[in-house]
Design a protein around this ligand. Sequence first.
Ligand code: TYM
Length: 335
Amino acid sequence: MKRIFSGMQPTNRLTLGNYLGALKNWVKMQDEHGTQCIYCVVDLHANTTGYNPGTLKNATREVAAAYIAAGVNPEKSIIFAQSSVPGHAQLGWMLSCITPLGWLNRMTQFKDKAGKDKEKASAGLYTYPTLMAADVLLYHATHVPVGDDQKQHVELMRDIAISFNQHIAGRDFFPVPDPVIMGEATRVMSLRDGTQKMSKSAESDMTRINLTDDADMISQKIKKAKTDAGLVPASEAECEGRPEARNLLTIYAALSDTSREAVMAEYGGQQFSAFKNALSDLTVATMAPITGRMRELMADPTEMDRILGASAVKANEIAEPILKNAMDIMGFWRA
Ligand code: TYM
């Protein structure tokens, strides 16, 4: 059996990048035969870049609502908040003690997120990848569907699993998880700068499409998206040096479940204005049912809490025996 684990941080609103790079694939994996899917709202990770006690709980509900609205079925998959299963923090600590600093120093995301004044970044931001390794290993998960930007973190968790198995357990205790980076849109870029990732934490809202944007906002953002003076590229060669054009084609391909090549065959050589109209219609048609369903779900926080609570029980049932075994292997005292 494949056991799938993935998660998203409840920091700001989710974007089209989160949807196309990860969430859409989560739904596909849920519907594959013989998979068990665990989709987590990683609220402990959200604290690595600052505490928002007043908004965190609702942000957690909102991310869970986005999962469900996009098609994750809470009857079939486990949807829960990371902080509701204590094993994440416990195993996270244990793994941080066997992870060499040199491995963490290689992580590019820390460098990006810490900014210029590294001394002020939290210790949590630095050890973030060991908690992420714990998230997956705590469930003996085998596959981790993520966008391209998380590849390095998944590679690190593989190294941690191998190291634990070899040096501490002396056997294959943790399955070594595989990253699953699939689809056309493994890295959706900013609408204003095709060399930057579309990010929920970027300063300007015009750089991204949020899962909560309405039709007008989506079409405005696409209309204003940066392009160049040329026509829509008709081949990969024509995309060279035109990251914004390539990005819009990629988004169209991912939304319509085709390839960039097929989109270029249809729109290549046309004016960007015509292509942008088509892209805007497609984005609205895809996102409107999701945002509508999210709104309905968020209108009933009690029901969201019931779903998160029931799933937390199921997640804990899987995690607890694995954590206990890991503690025994590490030699901790237990009654
Ligand atoms: P986060 O919250 O930044 O993003 C959630 C998921 O969305 C993907 N993603 C994108 N994909 C394509 N294009 C983009 N512009 C884009 N932006 C985001 C991310 O790759 C990710 O899959 N560290 C993780 C959360 C995490 C996690 C885990 C993931 C914590 N524990 C265990 C998997 C397994 C993160 O910050 O994702």
